[in-house]
Design a protein around this ligand. Structure first.
Ligand code: PHE
Length: 523
């Protein structure tokens, strides 16, 4: 407002250092005052109310020593003040003087005080020679402090610079002219054209702020892939280059039938208890499973069949129909295998299988014996849920990487051979296999890999040959064998990124910044 009013009165402001800012008594000659003025000039010129040009100056500011002199007086003045007047008490010794005003002031100040004839020697001590003094140095300091320069001129300034009481500082001041949109009103211009302005017609008379095309834009924040998704993509690529097709795994909610019964997991198995599995209360039961298949599965469980004695325990329809969050993606594999066997059951090919078959590469044998069987290599990478105690390495949900290969006369050696190729593509060459137990596979193998950083063998997967009690009720011919395996997605990801607490990788403790910065993974 001061700038606008002054322009209104004078037409131009030649030197902004002559302005007197509100609440001040002196003109705005200091650096700080000019900075404040510059802020106002920028704001006014962006609205084209003024134009201005910048003039560079060199001004002076006080050093800490100079500032202390401005406040307390020069060293020589301190010396003079500390010395007794002639005939008034004992002359002060140099040592006493030092104690009184400090070594530095005593040393520097004495010389000048002598030169100014302010003090004189008397015996071993000092006495006042002048009854009053004019502390020119302090005056100079105060002048520089308020004006940035000395009226006395450059020679005097150079002397003070030599004494390290002042230093030069680049400064600036401004010349201001009226701009094309000059007015004395500082009412804020509009920044946006709004619907209201358009409908009321106010846009015709409003003043708008000019676009500043030089302004730096707001940094854009695009999406970023979570480390788990990066590793998933790499593993997916391995499967695809090995001729696998991806299974649909969208059903997080499964029935006890598909998650357990179809896999020949006994209905009394501990994994099915609520401590291990999340069950749904609403809806609490599944839709009808495929009738004939359901009957066959329940019969094999209860009484046996296909060369098996079964579990010889009463079958519970309620157990089978419970709805749950799938505890493994093998539930989806089972459903897919059942669809794959449709042609073997003499039914029409399942459209989902047909779509996948188009993507599946050749398997070892594709001899067609007229029983409708078609080999398949299928994989999935998706989320599973377990009612587990959470700690540094366990969450209630995680991702499984799972695959199945269905072909005639597959053996355990095929499974092991597959593992070697698969893990080699992930950069893991040192594998060991340990016999294990799964209700749905026999034999079963746990897979261990040597971890060069941890320097020990770590479990990387679980696998096996699916049991005939699982495959034959689906309708697969006897010579069709299926091997399958599951590995976690989190473990290789944590190893890759050097993360040792899963909660820094997944969940609310995972920082968006680390996600944005996490490098891509290449196996
Ligand atoms: N479902 C098993 C698990 O959750 C993995 C697996 C899949 C094992 C297929 C064998 C065959 O650990």
């Amino acid at each position: 407002q001061l700038i606008l009013d002054t322009l209104d009165k004078q037409g131009t402001i030649k030197d902004t250092r002559t302005l007197v800012l509100p609440g001040q008594s002196d003109p705005a000659a200091t650096h700080d005052a000019q900075i404040i003025i510059l802020g106002a000039l920028n704001s006014l010129s962006s609205r084209e109310m003024i134009t201005y040009t910048t003039q560079e100056t060199l001004s002076h500011v006080l050093t800490p020593e100079g500032a202390s002199i401005a406040l307390n007086g020069s060293h020589e003045a301190l010396v003079w003040a500390a010395v007794p007047a002639k005939g008034e008490g004992e002359p002060i010794t140099p040592k006493q003087l030092e104690e009184k005003i400090g070594g530095e002031a005593a040393k520097v100040g004495q010389g000048r005080a002598f030169k100014n004839k302010w003090i004189a020697k008397e015996g071993n001590g000092l006495v006042k020679l002048a009854s009053s003094i004019d502390d020119a140095t302090q005056k100079e300091m105060r002048e520089v402090d308020s004006t940035g320069t000395l009226k006395a001129g450059e020679k005097a300034l150079a002397e003070l610079r030599k004494r390290k009481l002042i230093t030069q500082k680049k400064g600036q001041w401004f010349t201001v002219h009226k701009g094309p949109s000059f007015s004395t009103s500082t009412a804020k211009p509009e920044t946006d054209l709004t619907t209201d302005m358009l409908t009321s017609g106010a846009w015709k008379t409003s003043t708008f702020k000019k676009y500043n095309f030089e302004a730096e834009g707001v940094p854009t924040s695009g999406g970023a892939l979570h480390p788990l998704l990066k590793v998933r993509e790499e593993i997916r690529n391995i499967f695809l280059e090995m001729g696998f097709a991806e299974m649909p795994t969208s059903s997080f909610v499964e029935s006890g039938f598909w998650c357990f019964d179809s896999l020949f997991v006994p209905q009394q198995h501990p994994a099915r208890e609520v401590q291990d599995t999340f069950y749904l209360s609403d809806p609490s039961t599944s839709l009808d499973p495929p009738k004939k298949y359901y009957e066959t599965v329940s019969k094999v469980h209860e009484h046996g069949g296909f060369g098996s004695t079964g579990y010889r325990a009463p079958w519970s329809d309620a157990e089978s129909r419970k709805l749950l969050l799938r505890t493994h993606t093998t539930a989806s594999s089972a459903a897919m295998l059942w669809k794959l066997a449709a042609r073997c059951r003499g039914e029409k090919d399942d459209p989902e299988v047909e779509a996948l078959a188009a993507h599946t590469g050749t398997t070892r044998s594709s001899k067609d014996t007229g029983d409708g069987f078609r080999p398949a290599k299928l994989f999935s990478i998706d989320r599973v849920f377990r009612n587990e105690t959470m700690d540094a390495t366990h969450l209630a949900e995680f991702h499984q990487v799972e695959g199945v290969v269905a072909d005639r006369d597959l053996t355990l050696a095929d499974l092991i051979g597959f593992m070697k190729v698969f893990f080699k593509k992930m950069g893991i060459e040192n594998l060991r296999f340990k016999p294990a137990y799964n209700p749905y596979t026999e034999p079963s193998l746990e897979i261990f890999a040597f971890h060069p950083q941890l320097h020990k063998w770590v479990e990387v997967g679980n696998s096996g040959m699916f049991r005939p009690e699982m495959l034959e009720p689906m309708g697969f011919p006897k010579d069709v064998h299926v091997h399958g395996w599951g590995i976690s997605l989190e473990r290789p990801t944590m190893i890759r990124y050097g993360i040792n607490n899963i909660r820094t990788l997944v969940g609310h403790k995972n920082s968006i910044e680390s996600v944005e910065k996490s490098p891509a993974v290449r196996f």
